[in-house]
Ligand binder design. Structure first.
Ligand code: C2E
Ligand code: MG
Ligand code: MG
Ligand code: MG
Length: 290
């Protein structure tokens, strides 16, 4: 029986890897077309400033309008293209598109920031600084300063020197850096201090269960005090209830995102959502009182 189980396990494992290899090949084969025919689209999730009750900006999250498979989230394709030429191509598409949107915001008098996620191989790759400079082209500082580049904490641990160098490059170009999924890697306090990232995003896994799980609560509290001591902006992601929002505010967190407010939406809908939010909360704000 043991032998049989072992054999079955082997067959299952083999089928799995066969399946994912086929998926990977399919994704890589189709990504060129996806880019060329505009099948990739950024969705936008609002980032809320609790105290001001305002939308501070949006995080851009990629989707693939696949002609046969429908709307695909990044979990279906980003890993497959990592470390292929498409990691950089898709990264540059995302940067370019976000900057175009920021230029539109600027001409329409909208003060929002846009946060963009960068893949490890793009951010750590040799061409990153050039790509960022090319994408920013001759954008004025008013626009550059509204772009935030999200880099995974685990990326920062992968090649520390390159990350320190590229974070400084971003700063020189007037762009902010945010450490995403913070708490899931194991940054030392020393690395944290040396990294000139202006923003930290607490990983959603801690936020999800911070009301039930004292360990998560403690981790969130610790990250909040860390960010305050180092004067970094702090964002909590994965807020799904008013109770979690209240707890985060109590702990001193100022910014958050989550399904409690809105899921990621196509740009037009996200902007409509933001307008409604600001209108509905006009009474709880007092910053307009003369
Ligand atoms: P992330 O940057 O940490 O983004 C947060 C993810 O959590 C998003 O999933 C978002 O839709 C989801 N989310 C937001 N609020 C909630 C909530 O309250 N509850 C739950 N359950 N989920 C929430 P998504 O869009 O599937 O993206 C997954 C990851 O894929 C992102 O994690 C990011 O690391 C990566 N990603 C997304 N877009 C891009 C991109 O354009 N480029 C790169 N390189 N990576 C991207
Ligand atoms: Mg992110
Ligand atoms: Mg995250
Ligand atoms: Mg994540």
């Amino acid at each position: 029986a043991a032998k049989e189980a072992g054999k079955n396990n082997y067959v299952l494992f083999d089928l799995d890897s066969h399946y994912s290899r086929k998926e990977r090949i399919k994704v890589i084969e189709q990504m060129g077309t996806a880019l060329e025919f505009g099948q990739l689209e950024l969705y936008y999730q609002p980032k809320i400033h609790f105290g001001k009750q305002r939308v501070e900006g949006f995080e851009a999250l990629i989707r693939w309008n696949h002609p046969e498979d429908g709307l695909l989230g990044p979990g279906h394709f980003l890993d497959h293209i990592e470390y292929t030429e498409y990691a950089r191509k898709v990264g540059n598409f995302v940067l370019g598109d976000a900057i175009t949107r920021l230029q539109e915001f600027q001409s329409n008098g909208l003060p929002y920031t846009i946060s963009v996620n960068l893949s490890p191989s793009h951010f750590l790759g040799p061409g990153f600084r050039d790509d960022l400079e090319a994408a920013l082209c001759d954008c004025p500082i008013a626009i550059r300063s509204r772009l935030i580049l999200e880099v995974l904490e685990t990326t920062a641990l992968d090649d520390t020197d390159r990350v320190l160098e590229n974070v400084s490059a971003c700063r020189e170009l007037g762009v902010d850096v945010s450490l995403d999924d913070f708490g899931t890697g194991y940054s030392s306090l020393d690395l944290f201090r040396r990294l000139a990232a202006q923003e930290i995003k607490i990983d959603q896994s801690f936020v999800f269960d911070m009301l039930e799980n004292p360990d998560s609560d403690m981790i969130v509290s610790a990250i909040i005090s860390l960010s305050k001591s180092f004067r970094r902006r702090l964002v909590a992601e994965g807020i799904e209830s008013a109770q979690v929002e209240a707890k985060l505010i109590e702990l001193g967190c100022e910014l958050g995102q989550g399904f409690f407010y809105s899921k990621p939406l196509p740009l037009k809908q996200a902007l409509d959502w933001a307008q409604r939010f600001e209108w509905q909360n006009r009474d709880t704000r007092n910053d307009w009182v003369i």
